[in-house]
Design a protein around this ligand. Structure first.
Ligand code: 13P
Length: 395
């Protein structure tokens, strides 16, 4: 995602970050991005988690990202805590936002800084928000209560320098949800922020802005536009039309055509924001997501069968929670004459996790008290990065 947004920043266009709440959204958005050969960011907002199972939808998003030819980033939108960011990364997000914009500057800095240290240790970039983008109405916009607080240039500089975030979401007059009246954006403020920071800027509350406003935003450093309510409204209108035209209350008749309606609106945005046709150029300059398998082959001493089982179960539980760990596999050898009777295969998000994992206190504690004392000498421990085959370069 960092490579994607750096390219967009340099070439003055914006990549769509569409929030998804169901498979219809994923299908419509991916169809739009593929039709337009555009890079795309699929976002999952924690404020929507009551509408879908995060883990299940992530599996579908990741599949959509891996099987397509266009560059896709997967983003945790409005993450509520450090813990949420770890969960997002461990489930496959390639970018995270933790939104502490409702807190005073110093607290926002502290929370964001901790997330940046953790996420960078997993090879994942971070979006922070400064200033406050409120919600007006529609699609849970009321989850962002209160008045707009504009981002100031001085605070933004302090915030970026202190936290080390990769992208900054700013408040220059947009709102989440449906607009009431014509939104007035403070472009002068945005120009100054961009001049002072020189990092990709994110706009929340894309729904309802006019074409000229989008052009002005993009001209002034905006490279990621968060957009959701208009897609949800297109889906809602589709259901209402189906209900009227078919007279049926059946689920499949009501939801028919939703992904097409979403695709139409997504294509309009992609075209308008200048990301159409950028997929190929991006693929040649973006570092793909290449997971690493941390492999340990071992034998045990001083442990009976139950002891070995308990040790493996405890390792699975503890190690899975460490930032950057996608999966922990424990295995028993199948061949009778195998030299190593047991294995761990721990999948990392990125090669940078090799270092952060080694020094993580939970890993060290588990290794020192549960594993090393019972693992016989002469074990094998190696890390393998996924091979960059031609068909993987799009992943
Ligand atoms: P809209 O729903 O107003 O498009 O905003 C989406 C958003 O900012 C998600 O982070």
């Amino acid at each position: 995602m960092k490579d994607m947004l750096s390219h967009a920043y340099k070439h003055q266009y914006a990549i769509a970050a569409f929030d998804v709440v169901s498979l219809d959204f994923i299908e419509g958005i991916m169809a739009a991005a593929e039709a337009k050969q555009a890079p795309i960011i699929i976002s999952l907002a924690e404020s929507h988690f009551e509408y879908f199972d995060f883990e299940l939808l992530m599996a579908a998003v990741e599949k959509a990202a891996v099987r397509t030819d266009i560059p896709v980033a997967i983003h945790l939108d409005h993450g509520e805590s450090y813990k949420s960011a770890v969960r997002g990364i461990n489930l496959g997000c390639t970018g995270v936002m933790v939104d502490a914009s409702n807190l005073p500057l110093q607290q926002n800095i502290e929370q964001t800084k901790a997330v940046v240290a953790m996420a960078h240790g997993c090879g994942i970039p971070v979006e922070g928000e400064l200033g406050y983008v409120p919600g007006v109405e529609g699609e849970d916009a009321e989850r962002h209560p209160g008045e707009v607080v504009y981002t100031t240039v001085a605070d933004a500089k302090t915030y970026v320098d202190a936290t080390g975030i990769d992208f900054i979401a700013v408040s220059v007059g947009t709102v989440h949800g449906r607009m009431k009246g014509e939104p007035k954006l403070d472009f002068e403020r945005l120009t100054e922020i961009n001049r002072a920071l020189q990092i990709p800027i994110v706009i929340h509350g894309g729904t309802g802005l006019g074409e000229e406003q989008f052009h002005q935003l993009i001209k002034n450093g905006v490279t990621k536009i968060n957009y959701y309510t208009a897609l949800a409204d297109a889906a809602g209108r589709c259901i209402a039309n189906n209900a009227t035209s078919t007279g049926s209350a059946g689920y499949t008749s009501l939801v028919k055509g939703i992904s097409d309606a979403i695709q139409l609106e997504a294509e309009r945005c992609i075209e308008l924001w200048g990301s159409a046709g950028k997929a190929e150029a991006l693929l040649s300059c973006c570092r793909p997501t290449l997971p690493v398998e941390h492999v340990i082959l071992y034998n045990t001493k001083d442990l009976d069968a139950d002891g070995i089982k308990d040790m493996m179960a405890e390792g699975k539980r503890v190690l899975s929670e460490i930032p950057g760990v996608r999966e922990v596999f424990t295995g028993d050898v199948i061949q009778e004459d195998g030299n190593y009777r047991y294995c761990w295969v721990v999948r990392f998000t990125d090669r940078s996790v090799i270092d952060s994992y080694r020094v993580h206190p939970d890993h060290q504690h588990f290794a020192d008290t549960h594993f090393r004392p019972y693992a016989a000498d002469g074990r094998v421990s190696l890390d393998y990065q996924a091979s960059l085959l031609d068909e993987d370069s799009k992943a």
